[in-house]
Design a protein around this ligand. Structure first.
Ligand SMILES: NC(=O)c1ccc[n+]([C@@H]2O[C@H](COP(=O)([O-])OP(=O)(O)OC[C@H]3O[C@@H](n4cnc5c(N)ncnc54)[C@H](O)[C@@H]3O)[C@@H](O)[C@H]2O)c1
Length: 172
């Protein structure tokens, strides 16, 4: 929202992003996409407006609720799958450190994810072709009676495209 206002106020003013969630640190703040939702759909008004800088302090994550942390982890898994095999291996081999929110692990996975996204959006800022790989979004469903593999904070496990209701409304 702040990025979008900076993009349109006086036809654009400089903006500095200081993301405080893991999701924003590895995804939302990187790449210059800004937008707001309309009642009829997500991100329907927006613009590309690159920030002057993105200041990421992993120390801010210390107060982040677990649910929000896991939502960010999902983006990091995605970065590993689509473009960073070493990151994916690290997540698999050091899952205890990652889920335990150990600082060295957080630093490593944030840096790798930011580098991946920055490389992709630098090569294709306006989503011509390469950047579309960032839209990779497999739909994971929890095993019957099991725990979610990742927390579907932003509809990764939605029942059908475009639908994102509360879990109680999902088809069995
Ligand atoms: N522009 C893009 O390419 C892009 C990509 C992904 C997501 N998004 C958008 O970004 C938004 C998500 O932003 P966000 O991740 O900053 O979430 P947010 O600002 O909605 O914050 C999520 C929750 O975490 C709390 N919180 C945030 N930081 C905290 C901290 N350090 N300690 C304790 N609590 C904290 C907030 O109060 C809030 O309850 C969504 O609207 C999403 O659609 C944009």
């Amino acid at each position: 929202m702040g990025g979008f206002l900076a993009a349109i106020f006086m036809r654009g003013i400089p903006v500095l992003q200081i993301p405080t969630t893991l999701l924003a640190q590895v995804d939302a703040a990187i790449g210059g996409k800004t937008g707001v939702n309309l009642a009829i759909g997500k991100n329907l008004i927006g613009s590309f407006h690159q920030p002057m800088a993105v200041l990421i302090d992993p120390g801010l994550l210390g107060t982040l609720p677990e649910r929000e942390y896991r939502a960010g982890l999902w983006e990091i898994v995605k970065a590993g799958v689509i473009h960073e095999p070493a990151l994916f291996r690290y997540l698999a081999e050091r899952s205890a450190a990652v889920l335990g929110r150990e600082h060295h692990a957080e630093d490593r996975i944030i840096a790798d994810s930011v580098r991946m996204k920055a490389e992709v959006v630098s090569a294709d800022e306006r989503e011509g072709d390469l950047r579309r790989i960032l839209n990779f979004r497999p739909h994971l469903r929890p095993r019957p009676g099991g725990r979610d593999p990742v927390h579907p904070l932003f509809c990764t496990a939605r029942p059908s495209p475009g639908a994102c209701g509360p879990r109680s409304t999902w088809p069995k």
